[in-house]
Design a protein. Structure first.
Lengths: 144, 143
């Protein structure tokens, strides 16, 4: 089995706020990420596909095809957008990198028909990232 | 679907790879220049991975407002700008535990596994940009 990984980048704005919590609680839990004006990141997305290389092409999945899927499902939805307001898949969720990774996993899963979606890794910064894998059902993301 | 969150931290420390269990000649043969008498240093990077359910109220596996100070207290304050062989109790001479990055991974895992807000899944330590070491939680608990 071979794993292939494609990396793409997008830039987006977000802030963390739970309307069910008081302003004081929001500030305590989310700190400066609660700034209602929002802030932004250069996100890096790594998508890993696992499978056996096709004996004719030598490819697990044509990277051009994967690039187009990532463009349609992720970049067109999220690049230069405000994740709180402009991405319906995140509606009602705090747009943490855990939840962004889970949303991207769910968007990509039905689109990967050659090979298997193995891992979605979302870097919010070089020092912070979330991984989403198939795993077991005891660790479902919010809204899963 | 399983989610994990990884945070990278950085510290600089010195160490010397040398064990009293081997002769001087054997230490030199095994550890080479890493066994030089006065030690040497690295810029270490540590990846701390926690896993578990995402709290719907926060969207988080673990709040960095809790994880960062925990790692600061248990790792960075203890290791940053220190000589691992003499200033970290786990590597004290009487313990005969050589501060290789394999052993450093284990020590860091042991120190962080009591993090109360999420399950510690993995610790990965980069000794340099070319060397990395990692340890994962095992079925019967942390090693």
């Amino acid at each position: 089995m071979i794993r292939i990984t494609r990396r793409v980048e997008f830039s987006a704005a977000h802030f963390y706020h739970n309307p069910n919590l008081s302003p004081e609680e929001n500030l305590r839990v989310f700190g400066k990420c609660n700034n209602p004006h929002g802030h932004g990141h250069n996100y890096t997305l790594e998508v890993t596909i696992a499978g056996e290389p096709d004996p004719t092409t030598g490819m697990v999945l044509d990277l051009k095809e994967l690039k187009e899927i990532l463009q349609t499902e992720v970049i067109d939805r999220m690049d230069h957008r405000h994740l709180n307001y402009e991405v319906p898949e995140l509606a009602g969720q705090i747009p943490t990198c855990e939840n962004v990774a889970a949303v991207i996993w769910k968007l990509l899963l039905p689109r990967i028909t050659t090979g298997t979606l193995d891992r979605v890794r979302v870097y919010e910064s070089p020092d912070l990232f979330a991984d989403c894998t198939a795993g077991d059902s005891n660790h479902m993301g919010a809204g899963a | 679907m399983k989610l994990s969150l990884t945070r990278r931290y950085h510290f600089a420390a010195s160490h010397r790879l040398h064990t009293p269990l081997l002769s001087e000649e054997a230490n030199q043969r095994v550890y080479g220049k890493c066994s030089n008498l006065y030690g040497h240093g690295h810029n270490y990077s540590v990846e701390v991975t926690v896993a578990g359910p995402v709290d719907p109220a926060t969207g988080m596996i673990a709040n960095l407002g809790q994880l960062d100070p925990f790692v600061e207290t248990h790792i960075l304050e203890a290791f940053d700008q220190k000589y691992l062989n003499e200033q970290v109790p786990e590597f004290a001479p009487e313990k005969s535990l050589v501060p290789t990055t394999e052993n450093l991974c284990r020590v860091i895992f042991q120190r962080l596994k009591t993090f109360p807000s999420a399950r510690l899944e993995r610790v990965r330590v980069e000794e340099t940009s070319n060397n990395s070491f990692e340890i994962e939680e095992t079925i019967d608990g942390a090693r």
